[in-house]
Design a protein around this ligand. Structure first.
Ligand SMILES: [Zn+2]
Ligand SMILES: [Zn+2]
Length: 435
């Protein structure tokens, strides 16, 4: 994930004294939160397996006085705290780790590994920083309870599993998150950033993250001997033509003003040098902001690949199949402008205006966007929490070095700065939304 940056790096030492409405003192709570972070970091669980993680979150919320429901939509956790009349504000964290072997060299690096479905041993790591999110989430819950005289309403803490496979938000909504538990008036979340310095926050109104679709295309042919190609219709050649023709969807068919990405990430076909096969399989990822662009991408994929099959002389029954994994599809994340302005002002009050940056949208996706796409039409805001050690950030900029991205085995956020900044920013955002 990459976007253009920004102002020059500024060394920001967390100071909580400049918060106007609510001066937070985190000195006494941070050691415990850091312990919580290090424990989560060293015990990551893969998507759909976040059982122990869910239990840890549930225990903490229960200790704080929340009424807690576990195992919602898998290992999702909902904590509700009623504090008089007022709006319902939902704060969301995600909880899953990734199949990555950590190579940060940190003394607290994850050593967890599991055997995957192919029987291979893989490391497990919080390579997307969801452990930072959970620690900020619990710290925020704690601060909001400590300062419950500063707000009125219902606080809804949602720890969502399976973000990395696009399944968790969908599953929690399906199990009645908004109908059985509470219907929020405002929803807010943070995501740690691998290219914003720790101590800062970056955010953007309107579209901030893209929709994501996984698509499988099976390109058919008529196989035979590699020495007699004229007696075959070679699907490898058709696949090669298709991959190139697919590049024209974004570049020639869609408006240059509408972001679109179509990546063919995988191509597999054939079994031997001298055998022309019957089929080649492609796996694609599609990204966009505007739902109309997504529809156009999918219909162009069908038309172009079918056209190539037809031009090769294949009968219609052998035209390619284009399968969109609707169950994994996630929409773009749209930050409601009015709510996001309010959140921005609150965070500026908490950490200082010069520590709140404007950012560009990215083509990465988040299933957080789904919470804003139900028929309830609830405004959502997702902001980026700086994660990079400030001096490493300055050094990388100076020497034109690329920083480890999210999902990198080298990604090591500066948790000592990022987490208190996250707690401070989120607590103030929530109080502003309540009021
Ligand atoms: Zn991720
Ligand atoms: Zn993530």
């Amino acid at each position: 994930m990459k976007y253009n940056l920004f102002a020059t790096a500024m060394l920001f030492t967390s100071s909580f004294s400049n918060a106007q409405s609510l001066p937070l003192d985190l000195t006494s709570t941070m050691p415990e939160i850091e312990k919580f972070y290090l424990d989560l970091h060293q015990s990551p669980e893969l998507s759909l397996h976040e059982q122990v993680t869910g239990r840890k979150i549930a225990d903490r919320l229960a200790q704080l006085g929340f009424s807690v429901t576990s195992n919602v939509g898998g290992y999702g956790v909902i904590g509700i705290y009623k504090n008089g009349d007022g709006p319902t504000v939902m704060i969301r964290t995600d909880t899953d780790g990734l199949p990555i072997t950590e190579q940060t060299g940190k003394p607290y690096a994850s050593k967890v590994s599991v055997i995957n479905e192919h029987g291979t041993k893989v490391g497990v790591m919080h390579g997307c920083g969801h452990d930072i999110h959970m620690s900020s989430f619990i710290g925020t819950a704690e601060q909001l309870i400590t300062h419950k005289d500063k707000w009125q309403g219902t606080l809804m803490m949602v720890a969502q599993p399976a973000e990395e496979v696009g399944a968790g938000a969908k599953a929690m909504l399906k199990e009645g998150l908004f109908s059985k538990y509470a219907k929020p008036d405002h929803i807010v979340a943070l995501h740690v950033s691998a290219n914003v310095p720790a101590g800062k926050v970056a955010l953007k109104n309107e579209y901030t993250m893209a929709s994501v679709d996984s698509v499988d295309i099976a390109i058919k042919g008529k196989g035979g001997h590699g020495a007699y190609p004229h007696t075959t219709i070679d699907p490898v050649v058709l696949a090669a033509r298709s991959v190139l023709a697919i590049q024209t969807i974004t570049s020639r068919e869609l408006s240059p003003l509408e972001p679109s990405v179509i990546t063919v990430g995988s191509i597999h076909g054939g079994s031997k040098h001298n055998v022309i096969s019957d089929e080649v399989k492609l796996q694609l990822t599609l990204r966009s902001y505007n739902p109309a662009v997504r529809t156009a991408q999918i219909s162009a994929l069908k038309r172009i690949t079918a056209g190539i099959a037809q031009s090769a002389g294949l009968e219609e029954s052998l035209y390619p199949t284009v399968h969109v994994h609707e169950e994994e599809s996630i929409p773009s994340t749209y930050n409601d402008p009015a709510q996001t302005n309010l959140v921005r002002n609150a965070i500026e009050g908490a950490i200082g205006k010069n520590n709140v940056l404007d950012t560009q949208a990215v083509m990465a996706g988040e299933d957080f966007g789904l919470y804003g796409r139900t028929e309830d039409n609830i405004p959502i805001t997702l902001f980026w929490l700086g994660g990079v050690n400030p001096s490493q950030y300055a050094d990388a900029k100076k020497n034109n070095r690329v920083l480890p991205s999210l999902h990198s085995s080298q990604f090591a956020p500066d948790y000592k700065i990022a987490i208190p900044t996250g707690i401070n920013a989120m607590t103030h955002a929530a109080v502003a939304l309540f009021n």
